[in-house]
Design a binder for this molecule. Structure first.
Ligand code: GDP
Ligand code: MG
Length: 297
């Protein structure tokens, strides 16, 4: 079902160069337990999964509260190899005192920067492994109210270190109208707290089709997603991945039912290169500068 996603067709030259060698893309999922993180990861892959062989970055402290688990899949398309890794963070928000739930996650993201820096400092840089987190999907409970303190705290602590992509979990538990209203509330909260979420740059040189795709994606943020790997028969006889209700079937892969397809398209096709570039040229560079300053260099 991952099927043909189109990452091999990106026009960008930098991209072409990097894909010839094969490249790595890492997405992290964060959010309170029960919001459907594991389900979404499985929905996203829908190809046989295996535990990632990825070792913890050398300087990573063992997490005391939140654990970090990753799975990878090698996807090949038109001779282009992509290693997609999704890092899950079970345990976030599960403790009596969640004041620093964000800390082990920030530590993990920075440990990955450290591991990359170590490689850059080596004489032989021909075999660089990029385990940096290129996007962080933050799951928001579909309350219909406002963001919770834990959401705001996490995003405020992390937005300078990772591309944040807010997600409304279990969108099938809300009506379309509720989703629209809740999206507006969430965006207003994010703006109010000066949280920087990932914004797809819209270059002038880009063709109209890409621009339209970018605008369509941007208009869906925060993505309202539904996850499911269950195959269901619709009343009109189609087989789909979805969730069955007495009133009907919510289809995961139907863009009129939820934003799952748009989210996947953003990650793996339309904005993958921007997410990697922004991580490398901006987030990683800023971290490196902050580190040098902290060291008094
Ligand atoms: P996690 O703790 O965030 O990893 O959440 P899980 O993926 O384990 O899901 C928790 C429960 O929510 C399970 O019973 C899932 O079947 C259910 N679930 C997951 N995604 C969705 C969704 O999009 N909609 C609904 N209604 N339930 C979901
Ligand atoms: Mg889970």
């Amino acid at each position: 079902l991952m099927g043909y996603v189109g990452f091999a067709n990106l026009p960008n030259q930098v991209h072409r160069r990097s894909v010839r060698k094969g490249f790595q893309f890492t997405v992290m999922v964060v959010g309170e337990s029960g919001l459907g993180k594991s389900t979404l990861v499985n929905t996203l892959f829908a190809t046989p999964l295996y535990p990632a062989k990825e070792l913890p970055p050398p300087s990573a402290e063992p997490a005391k509260t939140v654990s970090i688990e990753s799975i990878s899949a090698d996807i090949e398309e038109s001779d282009v190899r992509l290693r997609l890794t999704v890092v899950d963070t079970p345990g976030f928000g599960d403790y009596v005192n969640n004041d620093s739930s964000w800390k082990p996650i920030l530590d993990n993201i920075e440990a990955r920067f450290d591991a990359y820096l170590d490689q850059e400092n080596r004489v032989n840089r021909s075999k660089m492994v990029d385990n940096r987190v290129h996007a962080c999907l933050y799951f928001i409970q579909p309350t219909g109210h406002t963001l919770k303190p834990i959401d705001i705290e996490f995003m405020r602590r992390l937005h300078t270190r990772v591309n944040l992509i807010p997600i409304i979990a279990k969108a099938d538990t809300m009506t379309d109208e509720e989703v629209t209203q809740f999206k507006a509330r969430v965006l207003a909260d994010i703006r109010y707290h000066n949280i920087q979420i990932f914004q797809a740059p819209t270059y002038e040189k880009e063709d109209e089709e890409t621009l339209a795709e970018n605008e369509e994606i941007a208009s869906r943020i925060p993505f309202a997603v539904v996850g499911s790997t269950t195959i269901i028969k619709t009343p009109d006889g189609r087989t789909v991945r979805g969730r069955a209700y007495p009133w009907g079937v919510i289809e995961v892969d139907n863009e009129e039912h939820c934003d799952f397809v748009k989210l996947r398209q953003m990650l793996i096709r339309t904005n993958m290169e921007e997410l990697r570039e922004h991580t490398n040229l901006f987030l990683y560079e800023n971290w490196r500068t902050d580190k040098l300053i902290a060291m008094g260099v």
